[in-house]
Design a protein. Structure first.
Length: 179
């Protein structure tokens, strides 16, 4: 099937691997930085100046890459209350497509909004107060994260529509993953 070939392609696996490595590295760095800050503050009774600025940059990347990875896995938070009341598998499959369309539209708007913000960060040249880290370093994570979430959501939407059109409504109703 086409979707299996896409998901097994070197490009797809490479993108996921890069995301996974960066996400893991950034999460580890946040952890180490917080431990260093606590150690410096409470054991050595001194401050690690600018540590909050580093943590803010790392945390932004951690949050946005984690959210995009959840979008890739199709494991982000959902309000699937209708599925508990509607037992018709075709209806729930169709609703899954409608939800994915709404998801794509909302992410499209957020991605669109993130671009002028990134452009403003470049034009303004805003820096963090102590370490003088460009604001763009943390804020570009919004554009990257929104793009990746949009990319994966469009992929899941196309996959759900294809599967629904080919009568595989059970798969669509369960989130689009093949058994």
């Amino acid at each position: 099937m086409l979707f299996n070939r896409i998901e097994k392609s070197l490009l797809w696996k490479g993108l996921i691997r890069i995301q996974d490595v960066v996400m893991t590295l950034v999460t580890f760095l946040v952890f180490v930085t917080l431990i260093a800050s606590v150690f410096m503050r409470y054991v050595l009774k001194s401050d690690l100046y600018g540590i909050e600025e580093i943590i803010a940059v790392l945390a932004m990347w951690m949050y946005m890459l984690s959210a995009s990875f959840a979008s890739y896995e199709n494991s982000h938070i959902k309000a699937d209350i209708l599925e508990t009341y509607i037992k018709n598998i075709k209806v729930t499959g169709f609703l899954g497509i409608v939800v994915e369309i709404i998801n794509v539209l909302v992410l499209g708007v957020f991605f669109y909004w993130s671009l002028p913000y990134a452009k403003w960060c470049i034009a303004a040249g805003t820096l963090s107060p102590y370490l003088k880290i460009p604001l763009l370093v943390s804020q570009i994570s919004l554009s990257v994260g929104m793009f990746l979430m949009l990319f994966y959501s469009v992929y899941h939407l196309i996959k759900k529509i294809f599967l629904f059109a080919h009568g595989e409504t059970e798969i669509v109703a369960e989130g689009g993953e093949e058994a």
